[in-house]
Design a binder for this molecule. Structure first.
Ligand code: PLP
Length: 387
């Protein structure tokens, strides 16, 4: 049976693409070497900067976020370099695996997938590296698999306190455009981002915001790179071009989504995400379920991962919700498979969409026979009555 009404896409990305963005992308593709395209490139490269909190360059790739991870590593590092990584969840694990495959030596700090990067551990590890062998610290700002946000500003302070020259590389794939982020102020060297979450676009674009220090590192880094090399992109961008055929229609969408973020105002966007996350946690607690994130300072504003009670399978719950209520929720990834489900509350989203989402979860919990203590919807609506 084909469901009526609109599907609820409440995975933590790809997020709901606003109609404005869809319409913008449906315009005819233009000559990517012509003057109209050059004007588009220049507008976009300027409009991206405030979202990253940078005055420096942002490199745009026609690739998913994984490509931008690789770009961050191969532009700044050489085979054999040591990098410090933290096992904060599934995506942090994948990034350090990629680093190993690229010939980097990874110092991995184990984690319980319920906490972010511990700034004290960063300071301790770097203090112990008097010879400066660690060339980069890799942090996933918002772990999409766990709903935990690492405190990047504190990580920066820890690196500085240790007086260590390591580069700071940060993945903001599920935080950029949803959670306050400051590339320049926090002294981040490469910020990795993707199109399909806070930027409200379909998948297919990814980004590296790049510091001066990272640009200098790129001059001496010996990792093999061609497509991912920042230098030809930056040279072409200066003329409003790309060194290959760009994803023109996604760039139309990006122009529209950046306009939408500017119209709402970034601080309003961040406050909206914080409020929806708080209302979601109110619902989870009223149901008598547990939020996976174990540190009050680290709750993600863009998604909430919910632990299932013992004996109940998260994937079965998600299947019931999809079948009966036509809503997609995020699966537990890696070692959390079957144990958590994830509610995405990021991107183009509002109070009533959240209320509908949480209603779908509550109906699904009951339908799947998962014991609930009380009405999460009532708790969430009460929270939503506040600013
Ligand atoms: N990093 C994080 C935090 C993510 O959430 C994702 C995807 O969801 C990735 C990296 C990988 O990005 P992509 O799937 O766009 O390649």
């Amino acid at each position: 049976m084909r469901p009526s009404g609109r599907h609820f896409l409440q995975i933590p990305g790809p997020t709901n693409t606003p109609d404005r963005v869809l319409r913008a992308m449906s315009a005819p593709t233009i000559d990517h070497r012509g003057p109209e395209f050059a004007a588009l490139t220049r507008e976009l490269l300027d409009a991206l900067k405030p979202v990253f909190g940078t005055t420096g360059p942002v490199v745009v790739y026609p690739a998913s976020g994984t490509g931008a991870w690789e770009a961050a590593l191969v532009n700044t590092l050489s085979p054999g370099d040591r990098v410090l990584c933290f096992e904060t969840g599934h995506f942090a694990t994948l990034w350090q695996e990629m680093a190993r495959r690229l010939g980097l030596r990874v110092d991995l700090v184990p984690g319980d997938w319920r906490h972010g990067v511990d700034p004290d551990e960063v300071a301790a590890r770097l203090r112990a590296d008097g010879a400066g062998l660690v060339k980069a610290v890799l942090v996933v700002h918002n772990e999409t698999s766990t709903g935990v946000t690492s405190r990047v500003a504190e990580v920066r302070r820890a690196i500085d306190a240790a007086g260590h020259p390591a580069l700071l590389l940060v993945d903001t794939i599920s935080s950029l455009g949803s959670i306050d982020y400051r590339h320049d102020e926090w002294g981040v060297d490469v910020t990795v981002a993707g199109s399909q979450k806070g930027l409200m676009l379909p998948p297919g674009l990814s980004f590296n915001a790049v510091s001066d220090k990272a640009l200098r590192a790129a001059e001496t880094a010996r990792s093999v790179r061609s497509f991912w090399d920042w230098r030809p992109v930056l040279e072409a961008n200066a003329r409003g071009l790309f060194p290959y055929t760009p994803a023109t229609n996604l760039l139309y969408g990006l122009r529209e989504s950046l306009r939408m973020l500017a119209e709402e105002g970034l601080s309003t966007v961040y406050a909206r995400h914080l409020r929806h996350a708080a209302a979601t946690r109110s619902a989870v607690r009223a149901w008598g379920l547990e939020v996976l994130c174990a540190d009050e300072r680290e709750h993600s504003a863009s998604l909430t991962a919910v632990l299932m009670p013992d004996g109940h399978d998260a994937d079965r719950l998600r299947a019931v919700i999809l079948e009966r209520y036509d809503m997609s929720l995020g699966a537990g990834l890696g070692r959390l498979a079957g144990r958590v489900f994830r509610i995405g509350h990021l991107g183009a989203f509002n109070d009533l969409m959240l209320a509908g989402t949480l209603a779908g979860v509550q109906l699904g919990l009951v339908a799947a026979g998962v014991p609930v203590k009380g009405s999460g919807i009532d708790a969430a609506l009460e929270r939503l009555q506040q600013p």
